[in-house]
Design a protein. Sequence first.
Length: 195
Amino acid sequence: MPQKKQVLFISGTPGVGKSTLCKELEKFNFAHLDVGKLVKDKKLYSRYDRKTDSFVVLVKKMRNTVKKIVRTTQTNIAVDWIHSYELANLVRGGTKRVIVLRCEPLILYKRILKKYGIEKTKENVLSEFLNQISQEAHEMFERDVIEIDTTNRSPKKIAQGIIKDKFKPGKKIDWMKKYLNDKQRLNMLFKVVEG
Ligand SMILES: Nc1ncnc2c1ncn2[C@@H]1O[C@H](COP(=O)(O)OP(=O)(O)OP(=O)(O)O)[C@@H](O)[C@H]1O
Ligand SMILES: [Mg+2]
């Protein structure tokens, strides 16, 4: 019997490494659906918001477009989007995995400063510290969420782990809790976010 198509929802704070991971997954014959790019290319937004430096996404349109692409793609597919709760319920059944990539906030800062500039970087580091994207995923998908700590893992290793089904659901990473037990790290984070 032919194997069922796998659908991965790769979510996480901006800059955590979603697209880099999806590029690695392409080597294992996963199609890569970069939803941020799709939103821009197909104009699935109402306007550009200068204040937040981002597009205001037309979520319903985005969902319909992603649904169509996922349905018509013949191969396994990795859907690359920040918020899993906006898309992952488009697919039902055991062939999907909801993945949230995580990164230690101070390491994330170093990783993304060049790409995003200081203001966006601070915003993303704070969001990762507050576990926002993972929390919203857990609220919707509860024990099905697979969190992967990318801090000391190369994108290649993460892709191999996913293929071998090495990462299991149920684990929750809580940076706030970790930092509260480590005053030095907490002070460094305050400096970064306030500085
Ligand atoms: N596992 C990793 N280890 C070290 N650096 C990484 C890792 N994954 C990604 N990076 C680096 O982090 C930066 C951001 O990666 P990437 O663009 O893939 O993030 P993203 O989650 O797709 O961001 P966005 O939400 O803005 O699309 C890149 O410079 C990339 O090389
Ligand atoms: Mg990306």
